[in-house]
Design a protein around this ligand. Sequence first.
Ligand code: NAD
Length: 425
Amino acid sequence: MKVEEKRKTGMYESVMHQFNNAAEVMGLNPEIKKILAATNNEIVVHFPVKMDDGKIQVFTGYRVQHNNALGPYKGGLRYHATVDIDAAKALAMWMTWKTSLAGLPYGGGKGGIQLDPSKYSTAEIERITRRFTHALGDNIGPDYDIPAPDVNTTAQMMAWISDTYMSTKNPLERSRFAHVVTGKPVGSGGLEGRDRATGFGVVVSIQAWADWKKTTLKDKKYIVQGFGNVGHWASLFMKEKGSILTAVQDASGTIYNPNGIDPQELLEYTQTTKGNVAGFPKAEAIDPSLFFGLDCDILIPAALGNQITDENADSIKAAVIAEGANGPISPEGESILSKKGIEIIPDILCNSGGVIGSYYEWLQNKQGEIWSIEDVIGRLEKQVLTSFKKVVDAASEYKTDFRTAAYIVAIKRIELTYNQRGVFP
Ligand code: NAD
């Protein structure tokens, strides 16, 4: 089995392992467990797109809708070579737990296209995105399934999705459909602050962890995998806390400076290199295999799933891992970390700022309001801290780790809904 294949199947195994473990610890009703172990809908679309050279290429797009007991399906669209039905299923399930833990009126969904966007022109990406939206048709909708940005998808792409979806509707009602996606640019119904919401939430949860440990983030060393939306915003907010960034790894390479890398300078550099950190002049390039074993206090994975496995977990020196990415640790990796006493702020808590920001954008659109950035950031911080406290309380009640505790809080809310409503017919 090739490495990429191992990674792809791994994410679904990870989420099922985590779910089964939490279900056992909390004593989840076995009938409800059956429902939650399955995904409601798995949509696969094949659609043709005319390339710049005039030739037709057929693409495959996915949208998996895991569960909508609490509200419309919600979750990102990813453009990456590792996207397939198993990856979308795993990521959709994580969204169900994440939206439930955050107390939002949403279920979970995820999707995307298996492609490397760097191989296409902007005009091609626009046509691919619009045609994908058209192929999904009414499988998405502002009160049914609401996509958002994820790996390699941007606010611009969300604007194209919104415009394409609206264009298929009766002109008299088009504006009712703008919030079919969140993460739009501010000029097109987007929320001030949605761009930084995930990274901000990551740092709010790291600060909450530090407070809980009665320690401070000042002068703590941290390393970050992924310097895209989540990684760069988290780094900028960590800088405000006085923490020191010593290494960054992304798809282009790994850079290291034990005296500190300024995230703002690195961001400005990446704006000249299509987002790549490789070649940053104020750090040295190191072998990527050394990254996870670097000396640091805090590790923030903010790239892809299953990056920390039984192959590298033993080398990790951080005291805490804050999961900016979804599913960055495999179950085998996690069991090694737990033996080493390394704590984990789980993805469904740590990166929930993104979907909470998306919820504010959706509300803003639905109510015809425009929120200020101060309002957004203030509410976001409060909401992530509320979730953090629920997780700490559940961990203490069930004498378990933060991940299992976070799952228990999330699953209990859905279990209650099923118990109250029953199952049709
Ligand atoms: P992005 O596309 O903006 O950035 C992805 C980063 O990962 C890039 O720096 C890229 O170079 C790096 N990367 C890709 N392959 C890599 C590899 N093999 N090794 C090391 N680095 C690699 O994506 P993003 O929106 O920042 O998302 C990152 C993670 O955060 C994903 O797991 C995503 O699901 C999760 N997440 C994102 C949001 C959001 O609001 N964007 C919300 C919650 C969770």
